[in-house]
Design a protein around this ligand. Structure first.
Ligand code: OAD
Length: 234
């Protein structure tokens, strides 16, 4: 099978019980996640932001990959060349069997804790979340979750991996699933990957800015649509 690019967003984990950012379940204690996931919120109230992330970590640990994650992992095994670019900071793609080398977590990894000053990183190993705000063992500054917040640049090395994949060749198949495609780079990558007549499939119950470029629209939830699509493609 062809060269494949899959791009996922929060919608692919929705059926595993992880609330999306812009969906109605996204609010936490009446707070908008779009405002919590910012360096301004962290500067104002780091403890509050950490509580939100600790709860999200716990929820992700208790969640299971769904049929959508599993279908993507199956597709990866069949493709000549494969890359997943996910905006999700959870580990559900990996737990569904996708190798780290086949995926780019472009918005970071929620289980990483990194220093807000010197960048020192630690993997969160404990089942038990810390209370309060952890401090860096190297420089004593506040530690923060290893995710990309609004307005922050993408991690250079990860963005470069996407660029390398796109530059090497175009893709015969591009699937974009469960994202509002709010960020220009998501649309840009999908269009560049499919530039030489590749199929561009969007799976999303709702319309997005990418919809008008898609060669095929599937207005169904990911855990239903992805297994069907992957079966069909195989
Ligand atoms: P959003 O919460 O913006 O959008 C979720 C999308 O998934 C919407 O388009 C829904 O229609 C769709 N959706 C909901 N349930 C679905 C289902 N069962 N199957 C398929 N699709 C479904 O999440 P993202 O687009 O991922 O970034 O958000 C992008 C980024 O904005 C996030 O990574 C995060 C966020 O703020 C940062 O924190 C930098």
């Amino acid at each position: 099978m062809v060269r494949v690019l899959v791009i996922t967003g929060a919608g692919v984990s929705a059926e595993s019980g992880i609330p999306t950012f812009r969906g109605k379940d996204g609010y936490w204690r009446n707070l908008d996640p779009i405002k919590l996931a910012t360096s301004e919120a962290f500067a104002r109230d780091p403890e509050l932001v950490w509580q939100w992330y600790s709860e999200r970590r716990q929820r992700i640990r208790n969640a299971q990959p769904n049929a959508g994650h599993e279908a993507i992992a199956r597709l990866a095994q069949r493709a000549d060349e494969f890359l997943l670019v996910t905006q999700n900071v959870d580990d559900l793609h990996e737990r569904a069997g996708l190798a780290k080398a086949e995926m780019v977590q472009i918005h970071g990894d929620i289980f990483l804790t990194k220093c807000s000053r010197c960048g020192f990183e630690q993997e969160q190993e404990h089942e038990q979340e810390q209370n309060g705000v952890p401090r860096c063992i190297k420089c004593d500054a506040l530690m923060r979750p290893g995710v990309v917040w609004f307005g922050e640049p993408l991690p250079l090395r990860e963005a470069q991996r996407v660029e390398n994949y796109l530059q090497r060749d175009s893709c015969g198949l591009v699937i974009v699933v469960g994202t509002t495609a709010t960020f220009g780079y998501i649309i840009d990558w999908a269009l560049r990957a499919s530039r030489r007549g590749g199929e561009l499939i969007e799976i999303n119950p709702e319309e997005t800015p990418l919809s008008r470029f898609a060669t095929r629209l599937v207005r169904k939830p990911a855990a239903l649509a992805l297994p069907r699509l992957v079966d069909e493609l195989m």
